[in-house]
Design a protein around this ligand. Structure first.
Ligand code: PEP
Length: 250
């Protein structure tokens, strides 16, 4: 399976810094079996598409609205993203769930809209710290996936990238152990298999949560870890390039 390394810049970088980072990414060498994606903030998406033209890097958004268009001040549609040349979109990130009240029911609608417009949804799921302490992580993630993706057939699910991001590991410096990641990724793949059979083998499941050059190799080596969704380390061209290399040797 091809690996994916996707960078999520969140709300970081100004115009000049964004251009510099994109310029450095353009020079990055990408192993043939790795797909690279980058998700800058909305104002820099057009610049990213322009700057990365001629490379294999896919530009992704960090969110979109579930409706095609309308009176939704401050929102961005999948149609707009598509018209810019954006190829993917992160959906249901835990920060959007926590600060903007996004539910899996809304996320399901967003995923349907993205697929209708030919964009790859990068669907984020993962348990909170207290849920892991109570040993409820498998049940919590199963529920998230059931609500967000339970409607999808094999053809739709093949287009979806799933990112397992334990909330307690995002931006905290705490990382899931390779075993914790593998156990959850295998669980997710089994859930997808129960739903759509062998199409589950084509669904790429990324790990996210303080993934850095010094722990990536161990995480990416797991059978069901098909790459990473990277926050902090994607803001530094050298670290991001190192993660892409690790994916190439996994
Ligand atoms: C993320 O926000 O998706 C993420 C994984 O962040 P970090 O790598 O900084 O933990």
């Amino acid at each position: 399976m091809r690996m994916i390394v996707a960078g999520n810049w969140k709300m970081h970088k100004d115009h000049t810094e964004a251009k510099a980072l994109l310029g450095a990414m353009k020079e990055m060498s990408i192993p043939s079996q790795v797909d690279v994606m980058v998700a800058p903030p909305f104002p820099f998406l057009a610049i990213a598409v322009e700057e990365l033209k001629g490379t294999s890097i896919t530009v992704a958004a960090q969110n979109c609205h579930e409706k095609e268009h309308g009176a939704f001040t401050g929102e961005v549609s999948a149609t707009m993203l598509r018209s810019l040349g954006v190829g993917a979109c992160i959906i249901g990130h835990s920060e959007r769930r926590q600060y903007f009240g996004e539910s899996d029911a809304i996320v399901a609608e967003k995923i349907k809209t993205l697929l209708q417009h030919g964009l790859i949804p990068i669907y984020c799921c993962g348990e909170r710290k207290e849920e892991r302490i109570e040993d409820r992580q498998f049940e919590v993630v199963a529920k998230q996936i059931q609500v967000a993706l339970g409607w999808a057939d094999g053809q739709a699910l093949r287009q979806v990238v799933i990112a397992y991001e334990p909330v307690w590991a995002i931006g905290t410096g705490l990382t899931a152990t390779a075993q914790q990641a593998q156990d959850m990724h295998a669980h997710i793949r089994q859930l997808v298999r129960t739903q759509v059979g062998d199409a589950a083998d084509a669904v790429r499941i990324l790990y996210g949560g303080s993934c850095k050059p010094d722990n990536a190799e161990e995480l990416f080596a797991n059978a069901d870890v098909d790459g990473g969704l990277i926050g902090g380390a994607s803001l530094d061209a050298g670290q991001f390039a190192a993660l892409v290399r690790s994916a190439g040797s996994a």
